[in-house]
Every structure is written in structure tokens, then in C-alpha cells.
Design a protein around this ligand. Structure first.
Ligand SMILES: Cc1ncc(COP(=O)(O)O)c(C=O)c1O
Length: 382
């Protein structure tokens, strides 16, 4: 054991002084939902992402769900979905009564394989949900071409990728609609929260109506033409998000600097692969995730790091390895996603992480790998 302080995976940093005046304004106004702070937060995200419309909702999950509803996805439809993702991405498809068709990753990174996706298209396919894992945008330009050719709606699950850039476009500006998360493990957080981003005015209007029960204002009063949901973000949540949007460039620079230091220090580490960003891409590093070689037990590495008081965890889930989704793999295997599901490892990436904290993490990881390797060798010899 160690007497060193705990290094968690991350810790949101919202100085109280950044929100104090806004929270007082909200409480004194009595307008706790659907007010100026939600509108300002939407305007700030739309302008940062470079799209015409942003619609604030309660989470990325509800943003994804609304995107499917707006796209008209219905029972009987197939929706192509990244397999290597947090399962919310597949859950919303099932909640619409449609079938998620799980798609593999590339072998050398977490990115969605466009070739595998094309091979899984069916006559029933109506939409794609392409994930930007850990702030690493999918190859949306190629996906847009496929979506256009087959008349599909392309939804970017940008839950983790606020601030990432690919093809000179911000994450959230790809495809027909982008969906962000503001959960505490994301780059900026509202506690809970989400946002749809789009250039499609009709889609944005529909999403605004459906997030608030389907209520439409007419000159003669409110009417309900379609049953909607309550997916509204509160004013206080919006004020938290807005305060971080005011310094989003600084937050992103800080995360990138830490991630690049990790990349340099881990570049030649045996047993660890550090995925590399494609040339046309600037990742946002919502998390810093590496891949352990197959001969190393990830559970042993996580336990060793925990004994050093350093939190590490899996990357994310290979959905097809979990009971709720095993029937959605089709006839093709998902070998790359399966390997990442077993061997991807998230290291701490804290705001303003010091060089000493980074060095401590890297030293502990080297020792954890040596120890896991010894255990693997002993296991083999026994
Ligand atoms: C890729 C992806 N999609 C969707 C979600 C769901 O986000 P939320 O918790 O905001 O609903 C997450 C959350 O981790 C995620 O990583």
C-alpha cells in the first residue's frame, strides 16, 4: 500500500465564484427551467460547434433518443451502431422498437470500421449512430457519403467529443445531428445534461417541441399534435454548463497537454499500445485510454494501480459481450471491439494534472505491467 493521495479518474472543477452570481440570479428570479440560461447555453454550444441550432436536454441518452424519434426510426428498422460504446447508444435504438446492428472498430484504434459498417447494411437500415469514443471523432466524411447513398440519417454520438475536430469540423457538426453529454466524466459537465446540435431547422424545431411534452404554442393556445417527453434541462444545470463554456478552450488545452505528455512517456512501453490520432484529427481526450497486450490481465493491472491509490478502469464496453445485446451481432464477428472490451484501460486525466501526478501514474503503470507479466508467466509455467 501507499500513503500517496488518491488519484481519481477525473474530478470536475467548477469554481463556486464562476457560478455564484448566476445561481443567485436564477433563484431570485424564480425561473428555474426553460429560461435565459438554457438559451444562452444552447447559443454558446451552437457557436462553438459551428452549427445553426443546439437543443439542450437532460442527457446524451435523451438527445440520442430524440434524434432517433426526429429521424422517424420505428419498429422494424435496423440502426447501425458502434459496438464499442457505452450501452446507452444501443439502448435508445431498442427503446424505439428498432434493432441495433452492432458494428466493429478498426484494429488499431477505437474508431468505427466503415468497411464493417457497409458490410452490415440491410434493406431495413434507416439510420447510423456513429460514436466518437473518448473524444476521437469517427470518419464522419465517409459515413456521410454512405448515409447519402442509402438515404440514412447519420447521428453522431458525440457524448465524449466536445472540442474534438475532424475534417476541419468540430465534433457535433458531423452528420445530420450530434448528441453531447454533460455527465461529470465529460469535458464539461452540468451534473447531468445533454445537447443536440444540427443545421437542420426542422429537426431542431421538432426536438424542441418533443423535449417539452410535444407542446406547441399557437396563437390560440398550446396544442399537442405528437406525444412528447420531459427532457428539459434546468436553469441551474445550464448555468453550470455555461460557466465552463466560457473557458472551454482553456479546459481543452489543459486536457490535450496532459494527454500528450502521457503519450510521450508511454510511447515505448512494452505491453501497452497508445492509439494515434489520424492526420486530419485533433482529439478532445475526454478520457486517456490505452490498450494492454492480450497476455496481460487488465484486472491485475487495475488492482495493482488501486494498491498505489490510482484509479483506473476499463475503456468502455463491447456491447455484444453483454446479455442485453448478444443477439445483435449478425453473422460477422466483432474481434476488434471484443479485444478493446477486454484490454482497453483508462488512466486518470485530471484537470491541471501536475507533472508529478503524471509521472506517478506512468511509474505505477510500468510496475503494474511488470507484475501482471510475472503473474502471466507463473500461470503459464504452472
Ligand atoms: C458514447 C456515449 N454515448 C452515450 C452516453 C450516455 O451519456 P449520458 O450519461 O449523458 O446519457 C455515454 C456516457 O458515458 C457515452 O460514453
Amino acid at each position: 500500500m501507499t500513503d500517496q493521495p488518491r488519484l481519481p479518474l477525473t474530478k470536475p472543477t467548477i469554481p463556486f465564484g464562476d457560478v455564484e452570481a448566476d445561481i443567485r440570479t436564477i433563484l431570485e428570479s424564480g425561473q428555474l427551467t426553460s429560461g435565459r440560461f438554457v438559451s444562452d447555453f444552447e447559443a454558446s454550444v451552437a457557436s462553438f460547434v459551428g452549427v445553426d441550432h443546439a437543443v439542450a436536454v437532460t442527457s446524451a441518452t435523451t438527445a440520442l433518443h430524440l434524434a432517433l424519434v426526429c429521424a422517424g426510426v420505428k419498429p422494424g428498422d435496423d440502426v447501425l451502431v458502434s459496438d464499442f460504446t457505452f450501452p446507452a447508444t444501443a439502448n435508445v435504438v431498442l427503446q424505439q422498437g428498432a434493432t441495433p446492428v452492432l458494428v466493429d472498430s478498426l484494429p488499431d484504434g477505437f474508431e468505427l470500421s466503415v468497411e464493417d459498417l457497409e458490410a452490415r447494411l440491410t434493406p431495413a437500415t434507416t439510420a447510423i449512430i456513429a460514436v466518437d469514443p473518448f473524444g476521437q471523432p469517427a470518419d464522419h466524411r465517409r459515413l456521410e457519403n454512405i448515409a447519402d447513398a442509402h438515404n440514412l440519417t447519420l447521428i453522431a454520438d458525440a457524448a465524449c467529443s466536445l472540442g474534438a475536430i475532424r475534417d476541419n469540423r468540430q465534433a457535433g457538426a458531423h452528420g445530420d445531428v450530434g448528441c453531447f453529454s454533460f455527465h461529470p466524466r465529460k469535458t464539461i459537465t452540468c451534473g447531468e445534461g445533454g445537447m443536440l446540435t444540427t443545421n437542420n431547422e426542422e429537426l431542431a424545431d421538432k426536438a424542441r417541441t418533443l423535449r417539452s411534452h410535444g407542446a406547441e404554442r399557437t396563437p390560440t393556445g398550446i396544442v399537442f399534435n405528437e406525444a412528447g417527453y420531459n427532457y428539459r434541462l434546468s436553469e441551474i444545470q445550464a448555468a453550470l454548463g455555461l460557466s465552463q463554456m466560457r473557458r472551454v478552450d482553456e479546459i481543452l488545452d489543459d486536457r490535450r497537454q496532459t494527454a500528450h505528455t502521457f503519450e510521450d512517456l508511454l510511447a515505448d512501453t512494452d505491453g501497452v499500445t497508445v492509439p494515434q490520432a489520424p492526420a486530419d484529427t485533433n482529439w478532445a481526450y475526454q478520457s486517456f485510454v490505452v490498450v494492454l497486450d492480450d497476455y496481460l490481465s487488465r484486472a491485475d493491472v487495475v488492482a495493482h494501480m488501486a494498491a498505489e491509490n490510482i484509479e483506473t478502469t476499463i475503456g468502455t464496453y463491447a456491447c455484444h459481450q453483454h446479455g442485453a445485446y448478444t443477439s445483435f451481432t449478425g453473422s460477422r464477428a466483432l474481434p476488434n471491439s471484443a479485444r478493446f472490451g477486454n484490454q482497453a484501460l483508462t488512466l486518470p486525466l485530471l484537470p491541471s494534472m501536475t507533472r508529478a501526478q503524471i509521472d506517478r501514474t506512468v511509474t505505477a503503470l510500468h510496475a503494474a505491467i511488470d507484475s501482471a507479466l510475472q503473474q502471466a508467466t507463473q500461470h503459464k509455467a504452472a
